[in-house]
Design a protein around this ligand. Structure first.
Ligand SMILES: Nc1ncnc2c1ncn2[C@@H]1O[C@H](COP(=O)(O)OP(=O)(O)OP(=O)(O)O)[C@@H](O)[C@H]1O
Ligand SMILES: [Mg+2]
Length: 494
């Protein structure tokens, strides 16, 4: 007997210039957690988008409970019992938790929406997962981890038996991921099936029953998780050995390049002061909600600070807005690239080099030949997967978009580069490449500030690490060989 609730057979999909999927087989059993892994651009999201009816397949068949289906839209699939928790959550921060859970699926009595029943039902649904969230709270007030759970509850309440989780832990700290895994195990015990897309292979090991590896739009293998090691997964994904990223001891002088004095902003952070040395890679650690991004936004002039001064080489600079920051040689790669990092419909080379055009001008003319040549060099150096430098950036996979944004600031040669979660959603091999690049830049004298929720990333990359907790700086530590994640966590939780 066939025990698969879901089967995808021979799925192919071509986008202009890219064969995104070729003859991919994938199946899912009842009560199974099936990890779907592969490098950036391997085709994971495309496969799931076909399943959800976001894209239409060119070839292949899909069966749900032995019955052939033709997915039309995510809504259609939700009715059929498949829900997707997308990487960029599509919740409404201004609405309450309860409202978010039943949005589009309101509890109607008569002709009016009955919010009292809604809140009650929401409370029950959340309690079932063993978490304690106030359902009347504004969604925007709860942590990213809880928002993730709300999104899951929303799919469950709509009747999903199959859940697709596209990089759900990318924005979570270790302990928050643990909570998510506990919920996933519970759902599994209840007979729900889950597809987990992630670049965190330790998590694949920890939580999944089977793994499917994809590469270049093809399925490489499907195996029980206990029969495949992390090294093997990496090998199958990359089709070659990949060097492990290790901590590198760098020599950094003690010349202060950038100084922040007494930064405060009501409700976000308080009395933050720190110094960063020239050529240093300075890490910023903390839980989601610790105030790191808020602090950087204020430093960069994106929001208004209450108090605070900034100095470059002991000279005070008045950063009123990002424009003055850039004029002072400071670059910033924000966390949410989709919202504030990319120009979606512009080409790769434009996204990469627009801010550098003024530097490349020849007799007031933009030398496009040269621009495209630099873009091509970056595409090769960073291993950006694309059919060419002139395709719209929005058609690249998530990880590859991130690489283009990094290349933008590398080309600009800023003196201080601030990176917020620079490798979120980036595969293991590309991560290593990005770490190398950041080090190269720092070795050439660029000063770098890196925010990361992945402590391991800071341990590999940073020379010193500053830790924040609820808007307050709790410690700054040297990253020596003896420093371990627990030492950082201690200050992140307080
Ligand atoms: N709408 C689209 N138009 C054109 N090309 C696309 C489109 N969506 C995806 N692609 C291409 O299809 C390939 C597979 O992309 P996909 O997003 O499925 O990768 P992924 O495995 O999810 O990668 P990541 O880990 O970076 O999210 C990539 O080469 C990508 O550029
Ligand atoms: Mg993807």
């Amino acid at each position: 007997m066939n025990d698969c609730t879901l089967q995808m057979k021979g799925i192919s999909k071509k986008f202009p210039g890219t064969q995104a999927l070729s003859g991919v087989d994938f199946d899912l059993k009842k009560g199974e957690i099936h990890a779907l892994i592969g490098e950036n651009g391997a085709g994971k999201s495309t496969l799931m988008n076909i399943l959800m009816g976001v894209h239409q397949l060119d070839e292949g068949e899909i069966f749900l409970n032995q019955e052939k289906i033709e997915p039309k839209s995510p809504h259609d699939m939700l009715i059929k019992g498949i829900g997707m928790v997308p990487q960029e959550l599509n919740l409404e921060p201004e609405l309450s938790v309860a409202e978010n859970i039943y949005l589009g699926n309101e509890q109607i009595s008569g002709k009016i929406i009955n919010w009292k029943t809604t809140a009650k039902k929401a409370k029950k649904a959340i309690e079932k997962l063993g978490v304690d969230i106030d359902v009347n709270q504004r969604l925007g007030n709860i942590s990213a981890a809880y928002q993730q759970l709300v999104s899951i509850v929303r799919s469950l309440e709509a009747g999903s038996n199959i859940l697709i989780l596209d990089e759900p832990t990318a924005a979570l700290m270790v302990s928050e991921s643990e909570q998510l895994f506990r919920v996933m195990r519970q759902l599994k015990d209840e007979g729900k099936s889950m597809i987990l897309i992630t670049h965190h292979l330790e998590e694949v090991k920890e939580i999944s029953d089977r793994v499917t590896v994809m590469r270049d739009g093809k399925k490489i293998c499907t195996q029980p998780t206990e029969e495949i090691s992390i090294d093997q997964m990496i090998y199958f994904m990359a089709n070659q050995e990949v060097e492990k990223s290790a901590r590198v001891k760098r020599e950094v002088g003690r010349d202060v390049f950038f100084e922040v004095k007494d930064f405060s902003r009501d409700g976000e952070f308080k009395n933050i002061s720190f110094e960063v040395y020239k050529g240093e890679i300075f890490g910023l650690a903390g839980l989601v909600g610790a105030g790191r991004t808020e602090l950087i936004n204020a430093i960069y002039g994106l929001t208004k600070k209450k108090t605070g001064q900034t100095f470059i080489e002991n000279k005070e600079i008045d950063i009123k807005n990002p424009y003055t920051a850039i004029r002072n040689g400071i670059g910033y790669v924000p966390e949410e690239r989709r919202k504030c990092g990319i120009f979606p419909v512009l080409s790769i080379y434009e996204n990469m080099l627009l801010p550098s055009y003024y530097k490349l001008l020849k007799y007031a003319v933009i030398p496009f030949g040269r621009v495209k040549k630099i873009a091509d060099e970056n595409i090769i150096d960073l291993g950006i997967k694309t059919p060419g430098n002139d395709v719209q950036i929005k058609s690249l996979s998530g990880g590859n978009q991130q690489k283009v944004i990094l290349a933008r600031w590398m080309a600009k040669n800023v003196n201080l580069l601030i990176l917020d979660e620079p490798t979120r959603g980036i595969d293991v091999r590309a991560k290593g490449e990005i770490y190398k690049l950041i080090r190269q830049l720092a070795n050439k004298g660029m000063t770098v500030i890196v925010i990361s929720s992945e402590i391991q990333e800071l341990l590999v990359l940073a020379d010193r690490i500053m830790i924040m907790h609820e808007g307050v700086m709790t410690a700054t530590v040297d990253n020596t060989d003896r420093l371990e994640s627990e030492d950082i966590l201690k200050f992140a939780y307080q």
